[in-house]
Design a protein around this ligand. Sequence first.
Ligand code: PAF
Length: 283
Amino acid sequence: MQILKTKAALLKQVAACKQKEKTIGLVPTMGALHEGHASLVRRAVDENNVVFVSVFVNPTQFNNKEDLAKYPRTLDRDADLLASLGVDYVFAPSAEEMYTQEEMNTTFEFDFGGLDQVMEGKMRPGHFNGVVQIVSRLFLLIQPQKAYFGEKDYQQLAIIHRMVKIMPELQSLDIKIIDCPIVREASGLALSSRNERLSEKEKQIAVNISHILFESRQLTQSQSVKEVENWVIEQVNRVEGLTVEYYEIVDQSTLLPVTDFSHAIGCITVYCGPVRLIDNIKY
Ligand code: PAF
């Protein structure tokens, strides 16, 4: 496995792969890898001749400087895991390699069609702009046939599907976005790099989030969407140590509010102490 730090080194390897007509799979990450990422990588290794994994803590998607500073950076450990999974190339550039100062300070132009106006987009203004900026750049540099993303960040996934459909530079690349299911601990807790910031006690508390989401499935026969939303919020807030930021049951494609449970997904954000956790459940 090779670790590439510059765009020039990356482009050289991509060109060599293309020349040999190898299919390329890409797994974009911000590092601090866990079993959730490993599941995406295993699938990419299975389905492609060559796999690139990007490890880049993307500054333009953080609207909170403290969150950016605290984001775990564990490249050596990540590289060991990726090598053991059979990855061919890790792309781990610096921020300066990816962005000019001007790009860092200007908003990336993209028509989200409203997908950025709800849930995470409402709570973290500019976040999805940064995501589209970096993922589109990685797609243009690496030009993979397939790119793998986890369903835990469901709104991000919906936006990336829209991005490959509507961005003219990407349309011709015909990149297939592969949605990969949430990986959970045996307890039910959705795996996340942020879990590293939870104490053992907080982890036990956080387990309630997924349990309550699973339980809410039982209510969909007898209760309305609004009632189920309110029930989830109330149950989670009742757990000492948890505070719901939002819980919204929306359409799986448009992310707009729904009136019934067909094609619906419930997306939640909860503070467990200072750590902001997200999860979701398809109904
Ligand atoms: O989901 C993530 O880890 C990031 O948002 C991504 C897609 C790697 C872009 O920085």
